[in-house]
Design a protein around this ligand. Structure first.
Ligand SMILES: Nc1nc2c(ncn2[C@@H]2O[C@H](COP(=O)(O)OP(=O)(O)OP(=O)(O)O)[C@@H](O)[C@H]2O)c(=O)[nH]1
Ligand SMILES: [Mg+2]
Length: 94
């Protein structure tokens, strides 16, 4: 989608969380690239995508983190933030 930068600009950061195979990546790919894959590979760690949408004179920029739903990958992500094992359990649910 082309974005006209004539007026206000809003920027949002989105983080998609959820169990594996619920369709997080498919939702993001449809939104960003207009694509859908019947056999979408499971996300490893996390993917980062951006999309810019023009709404009248307003530009909305999305920065999207599409995270992995598998416990092993959620733990990997938590470890990147150097969390303790207790907070890791709390933040990942694993
Ligand atoms: N029929 C149908 N299939 C879908 C839909 N959304 C996702 N799928 C399928 O469901 C499967 C899992 O989708 P993903 O988008 O990979 O799910 P995910 O939540 O990103 O999974 P992880 O990366 O493992 O966390 C894929 O085979 C998709 O093609 C939908 O709206 N309809
Ligand atoms: Mg995924």
């Amino acid at each position: 989608m082309a974005a006209a930068n004539t007026g206000r600009v809003f920027q949002f950061k989105l983080v998609l969380l959820g169990d594996s195979a619920v369709g997080k990546s498919s939702l993001v790919l449809r939104f960003v690239r207009g694509q859908f894959f019947e056999y979408q590979e499971s996300t490893i760690g996390a993917a980062f995508l951006t999309q810019t949408v023009a709404l009248n004179d307003t530009t909305v920029k999305f920065e999207i983190w599409d995270t992995a739903g598998l416990c092993s990958d959620r733990i990997w992500l938590a470890d990147q933030r150097n969390t303790s094992s207790a907070s890791r359990r709390q933040s990942t649910g694993c």
